[in-house]
Design a protein around this ligand. Structure first.
Ligand code: URA
Ligand code: CA
Length: 435
C-alpha cells in the first residue's frame, strides 16, 4: 500500500477500507508516514467526510495505536462520561459520587489541560491532601470497594490521536466532525469504558458553536459507539452562558457539595440528573430513565450521594471535613461585587468570555506552565433571563488581587442587559441513544 494512493482515494471521495485506515494510522504513529502526507489526508477528510464505517475503523485504529486500560477486574458495567468542554462545568464532580451512590462503578481517568478553570483533577486538588497519583491496582481496588476513584492520565493511551490532533491544530483540520468524533471516542475506549455518556455542549463557550454542528457531532459519536460495540448516549446541552453559578476550582467544589446536598443551581442539578440517569441506565442499574432519575433524586435526598463524596475524598487522601466546613477550602483574600450599571433583563452572558475573566483571575491555565490559584474565580448571582436592578450584584469576584477593575470592565462588556423580557435559553436541546 502507498500513502499517496490513499490520499488520492480520499480526495476523490471514495471509502477507505479497514486495512487502509489501519495502514495510515499505524504508519503515522510509527513515523513511516510523514506529516506532509498525513496533513494532505486530513484535509481530504475535512472536505470529503468519512462514512460511518470509516469513522469506526479510524476510532479503533487509534485505540490500538497504544495501551488499552483493562478494567475487567472491576465488577459491573463501567460507564464513562465525557463532556466536550465548557465554562464552569462542574458536572463530573457531582456525577461521580451521585451515580456511584446507586451502585454504578465509576473508574475515571482525568486530565488537567488548558482552560478557563482547571480540569477535574485541578478542581479536586483544591481539597487539602487530595491526590490522583495512584497505581492502577489501587485504582481498581478503590473502585471495587467504593465504586468511585479518579486517576491522573497514565500510560501511552492513543498516541496516534495525540500526534494527529497536534498536526490538525496547525493545518486547519481540527474542524472535521469525523475526526473530532473518532478522536474523542478513541480516548474513552482506550481508557476502558464499556459504555459512554456524552455531554455535547453547544453555544459560545462550547467547542461546537452551532446547534447543527453539535447535533452532527453527537450523532457521529453515538454511531461510532454502536459500530464498535459500546453503548453510547449523548445529550446536547447549552453552553451559551456558563453552567451553574461557580467558575473556579474551590468554588466549583463548593458548588458540587451544594448540589449533592440538593441545594445547587437549578441548571446544574437538572443536567446532572439527566446525564446521571443515562449513566444508570447504561450501567443496567435501572430499566428506564424515569426509574434511574428517581433513584438519583432519592440519593440526594437521603444524603447517600454526599456520603459517597466524603468517602471518595478521604480514600484519595483528601480532607473530608470540607463537606461540612467549606471554610476549610482555599479562600480568596478579596471579594468584589460586579454591580449592574442599569436595570433590566440579562440578555447575554457570553460563556467563553466570562470564562476568560476567571482565567485572568488565576483560576485556569493560559499556558502549560501556568500555576492555578485554587481559591479564585466568579460566582454568578444572575443568569440569562433574570431581572437585575441598577447597582445590584450580577456576580461576585473572588480574587487575591486588590485591583480587579480590568476584570470588571471585561465582564461588563460581555454581559448584555435588555429593557425587554428575555427568555432563558433551553438547557437540553436533544438526546441521542444508539438503541
Ligand atoms: N477534542 C478532542 O479530544 N479531539 C478533537 O479532535 C477535538 C476536540
Ligand atoms: Ca459551575
Amino acid at each position: 500500500m502507498r500513502m499517496v494512493d490513499l490520499i488520492e482515494k480520499k480526495r476523490d471521495g471514495y471509502e477507505l477500507s479497514t486495512e487502509e485506515i489501519q495502514f495510515i494510522i499505524q504508519g503515522y504513529t510509527e513515523g513511516d508516514i510523514p506529516d506532509y502526507q498525513m496533513s494532505a489526508w486530513a484535509m481530504a477528510v475535512l472536505f470529503q467526510g468519512m462514512t460511518p464505517n470509516e469513522q469506526a475503523d479510524l476510532t479503533m485504529a487509534m485505540v490500538q495505536s497504544g495501551d488499552e486500560i483493562d478494567l475487567s477486574e472491576i465488577q459491573g458495567i463501567k460507564v464513562d462520561k465525557h463532556s466536550t468542554g465548557g465554562v464552569g462545568d462542574t458536572t463530573t464532580l457531582i456525577l461521580g459520587p451521585l451515580v456511584a451512590s446507586v451502585g454504578v462503578p465509576v473508574a475515571k481517568m482525568s486530565g488537567r489541560g488548558l482552560g478557563h478553570t482547571g480540569g477535574t483533577i485541578d478542581k479536586l486538588e483544591s481539597i487539602n491532601g487530595f491526590h490522583t497519583e495512584i497505581e492502577k491496582e489501587q485504582f481498581i481496588d478503590l473502585v471495587n470497594k467504593n465504586k468511585l476513584a479518579i486517576m491522573g492520565q497514565s500510560g501511552n493511551l492513543t498516541p496516534a490521536d495525540k500526534k494527529l490532533y497536534a498536526l490538525r491544530d496547525v493545518t486547519a483540520t481540527v474542524n472535521s466532525i469525523p475526526l473530532i468524533a473518532s478522536s474523542i471516542m478513541s480516548k474513552k475506549i482506550a481508557a476502558g469504558a464499556d459504555a459512554i455518556c456524552l455531554d455535547v455542549k453547544t453555544g459560545a463557550g462550547a467547542f461546537m458553536k452551532t446547534l447543527e454542528g453539535s447535533k452532527e457531532l453527537a450523532q457521529a459519536m453515538v454511531r461510532i459507539g454502536q459500530k464498535v460495540g459500546r453503548k453510547t448516549m449523548a445529550v446536547i446541552s447549552d453552553m451559551s452562558q456558563p453552567l451553574g453559578n461557580a467558575i473556579g476550582n474551590a468554588l466549583e467544589v463548593q458548588e458540587a457539595i451544594d448540589t449533592l446536598k440538593g441545594k445547587g443551581p437549578e441548571d446544574l442539578t437538572e443536567l446532572c440528573l439527566t446525564l446521571g440517569s443515562q449513566m444508570v441506565v447504561l450501567a443496567e442499574k435501572a430499566d428506564s430513565l424515569h426509574d434511574a432519575r428517581e433513584m438519583l433524586e432519592k440519593a440526594i435526598e437521603n444524603g447517600s450521594a454526599l456520603d459517597q463524596f466524603k468517602i471518595f475524598i478521604a480514600s484519595q487522601g483528601g480532607d473530608p471535613t470540607i463537606v461540612d466546613h467549606p471554610e476549610n477550602l482555599p479562600q480568596a483574600t478579596f471579594q468584589f461585587e460586579l454591580e449592574s450599571k442599569e436595570a433590566g433583563y440579562i440578555a447575554e452572558m457570553v460563556a467563553n468570555e466570562i470564562g476568560t475573566a476567571a482565567m485572568l483571575l488565576g483560576a485556569g491555565r493560559e499556558t502549560k506552565e501556568s500555576v492555578i490559584d485554587h481559591s479564585v474565580g466568579l460566582v454568578l448571582r444572575k443568569k440569562i433571563g433574570d431581572y437585575v436592578q441598577q447597582g445590584e450584584s450580577i456576580a461576585t469576584i473572588y480574587s487575591n488581587r486588590e485591583n480587579v477593575n480590568s476584570i470588571k470592565k471585561w465582564l461588563h462588556e460581555n454581559i448584555k442587559i435588555s429593557n425587554e423580557k428575555v427568555e432563558a435559553p433551553p438547557l437540553i436541546y436533544e438526546i441521542f441513544t444508539n438503541e
